[in-house]
Design a protein around this ligand. Structure first.
Ligand code: ADP
Ligand code: MG
Length: 497
């Protein structure tokens, strides 16, 4: 009897337990569906603020055109510096001889030498070497960085083979690609306005950057002359023009972003008083600093900007370039984790680390075509140490990547459309003249969904007929060759030939 009683109690205990468990589960799923809805609300709000309907893109492009005018009218007239490059003759193909180039502007620098063979033979020979810059030289004083570069250049010169023929009694000549904002004073001189991209060598700001390099070359007894100082956009434009005479602008989408284009000298009011030129001038826009009230900015962008090394500056760059896209995704995910337990009750600690999620990670997740989004799961695990994600969660992450990339790509297209408008190439004119934009940079080259979206948005802006004659062309490595071409066309020996 006693036994039976115990048994009944046991049974009812089980029943009680079971229904308690059911209650807990129901409570949890109610909680999680509430949290899910909250996470989706955060995502939807972000998506809405990032919208770039074509009318908005047109407004952004109009502002770009207006800012270009303002920057050409007066020094400091716009957030766009519209720097005069002193490149008034782009390569024709006639360039001949042996030339060196040095490309500095990121974490690596490259040295190269080419043999230019003229219109028939073009680039006959090309040799290059890539050297990574020790991080401690990116800050501190100029001697450290420039001595390091001069030494690397000197070693590279020492590796010249016998087939490298610098005519007797001539100096070696160099095209120097220096991708930081510089106010040019001639084709081969210019003062540094500011460092960007993690460099900070205060004693060089305001100094002639060619002078700094020349002194360092003298210290290592390297007899070489800088014949042209350019940045990566100018180099890409020159290299692009060499391959295709219809190239009229160059855009870099890499760690940062910038653009250069060919302008009529008569449009450059601040050029007044300077020597007459061929009628055209390449302008370095420094478009990363573009700003417009029509840019679709969100609270995540303002927070990123506020916490950056250069608050209030480079706003366009901060929503479209490779240094920042992954970071924007991280910020939205963090908010979803903090306010809606998107990754469970504990906010993953790694998700709190700025810049931990890089744009290449984002692009790998965005391109994941596996049915269970394996790549997303792997990146979450490897980069953020978030080990268990549901398929539903992973789909949301892909969606978030898409929102951020689409906004950046469409705004880049609006920027290009602005340049086309400024140069009267945005619509079908008498001959529907061909216009090619030379592109370079890791973001454009490797993030297919980004570049694809940029190209289709540009088509949308141009309309079907005009877009048949506007081409966006990858011109990787154009910038190095471009610098040697400009060194050739500004060679000190040209007059004698
Ligand atoms: P830099 O701009 O420093 O001169 P690159 O033009 O090579 O150098 O661009 C490098 C940048 O391109 C990286 O910082 C990164 O943001 C972006 N990038 C590189 N690979 C990828 C990729 N697979 N997907 C998306 N972005 C990439
Ligand atoms: Mg680069």
């Amino acid at each position: 009897m006693g036994k039976k009683f115990v048994c009944v109690v046991a049974v009812s205990a089980t029943v009680v337990c079971a229904s308690a468990a059911a209650l807990v589960i129901r409570h949890r799923s109610q909680k999680s569906s509430g949290q899910w809805a909250k996470a989706m609300a955060i995502l939807t709000e972000f998506e809405e603020k990032c919208q770039t309907p074509v009318e908005k893109l047109r407004q952004v492009a109009d502002d770009m055109t207006a800012e270009m005018h303002a920057g050409l009218d007066s020094e400091g007239g716009s957030k766009l510096k519209m720097l005069i490059s002193y490149v008034d003759n782009l390569p024709t193909g006639d360039e001949k001889g042996w030339f060196y180039a040095l490309d500095l502007g990121g974490t690596n620098f490259r040295v190269l030498r080419v043999q230019l063979g003229g219109i028939e033979n073009r680039v006959v020979k090309k040799e290059f070497q890539e050297v990574s810059i020790p991080p401690h030289l990116m800050v501190g004083n100029s001697d450290g960085l420039f001595d390091f570069i001069a030494k690397a250049l000197s070693d590279f010169v020492d590796s010249e083979k016998e087939d490298f023929h610098i005519p007797e009694g001539r100096q070696r000549e160099l095209g120097f690609t220096f991708s930081f904002p510089v106010r040019q004073t001639s084709i081969a001189s210019g003062t540094l306005i500011k460092w960007t991209k993690g460099f900070s060598i205060e004693d060089t700001v305001g100094q002639d950057i060619v002078g700094e390099l020349t002194k360092a070359m003298e210290r290592v007894k390297l007899d070489m002359r800088v014949s042209a100082l350019v940045n990566d956009t100018i180099g890409t434009l020159a290299g692009g023009r060499y391959k295709n005479p219809d190239v009229i602008a160059a855009v870099i989408l890499g760690t940062g972003t910038n653009a250069a284009y060919v302008e009529k000298v008569t449009e450059i009011n601040k050029w007044e008083g300077l020597p007459p030129t061929s009628g055209e001038m390449v302008i370095n826009m420094e478009w990363g600093n573009f700003h417009s009230e029509h840019l679709p900015l969100t609270e995540y962008d303002s927070a990123l900007d506020n916490e950056s090394l250069n608050p209030g500056e480079q706003i366009f760059e901060k929503i479209i370039s490779g240094m920042y896209l992954g970071e924007i995704v991280r910020r939205v995910l963090l908010r979803m984790a903090e306010e809606a337990a998107f990754f469970g009750d504990v906010v993953p600690p790694k998700l709190k680390i700025p810049f931990i999620l890089r744009t290449p990670h984002m692009s790998a997740m965005h391109h994941d075509t596996s049915p269970d989004l394996k790549v997303v799961a792997t990146k979450m695990n490897d980069v953020l140490e978030i080990s268990k994600t549901s398929l539903k969660t992973r789909k949301v992450i892909v969606k978030l990547c898409d929102i951020v990339a689409t906004r950046g790509a469409r705004l880049s297209a609006a920027g290009i459309f602005g340049i086309l408008k400024k140069t009267g190439r945005d619509s079908v004119n008498d001959d529907n003249q061909k216009s090619v934009i030379a592109m370079d940079g890791g973001l454009f080259e490797h993030y297919g969904k980004f570049s694809g979206c940029m190209e289709s948005s540009l088509k949308e802006l141009l309309g079907e007929e005009r877009s048949e004659n506007v081409v966006v062309e990858l011109s990787s490595d154009g910038s190095g060759i471009g610098a040697t071409l400009l060194a050739a066309s500004h060679s000190q020996y040209l007059e004698n030939e």
